[in-house]
Ligand binder design. Structure first.
Ligand code: DQA
Length: 138
């Protein structure tokens, strides 16, 4: 079993209720049930925090023992050098994901502080962005 951790950053606890025109109507818990059923060979765990330091602690905790981390850092994507450093500090490959296509949105979403530290980036496919990242870990 591959151990994959999905980390969601700020405001992503509101998925399903938050700006549904941008992020959809499905809660992350409901989506997690679907992907766990679709990837029976993965042990998928998930973690969400609105706090930058807690996201960093989680990357440290999982980043030497998991087979992959799927990270939607939310708005910290665009601001956090500390998250960049945390991703670089660990050995587990990290894939950056975004539900929305950040490049079609406000200019402040066009820059990622973490992309250069990540194995790859997937954006714009709705919740399926997470599924595509799981495929990439195959
Ligand atoms: C997001 C895009 C970010 O710009 C935004 O701050 C989010 C969600 C996405 O999944 O599309 O919180 O990461």
């Amino acid at each position: 079993m591959k151990k994959i951790l999905i980390i969601n950053g700020p405001n992503l606890n509101l998925l399903g209720r938050r700006e549904p025109d941008v992020y959809g109507n499905t809660s992350f818990e409901a989506y997690l049930d679907q992907i766990r059923a679709d990837f029976p060979l993965y042990e998928i765990t998930s973690y969400q925090s609105n706090i930058e330091g807690e996201l960093i602690n989680k990357i440290h905790e999982a980043g030497f023992s998991s087979d992959g981390i799927v990270l939607n850092a939310g708005a910290y994507t665009h601001t956090s050098i500390a998250l960049h450093d945390a991703i670089r500090a660990v050995t587990t490959p990290v894939i950056e994901v975004h539900i929305s296509n950040v490049y079609t949105r406000e200019a402040f979403r066009h820059h990622s502080c973490i992309a250069a530290a990540c194995r790859g980036v997937i954006a714009g496919f709705g919740l399926a962005s997470y599924r595509l990242a799981l495929e990439a870990f195959k």
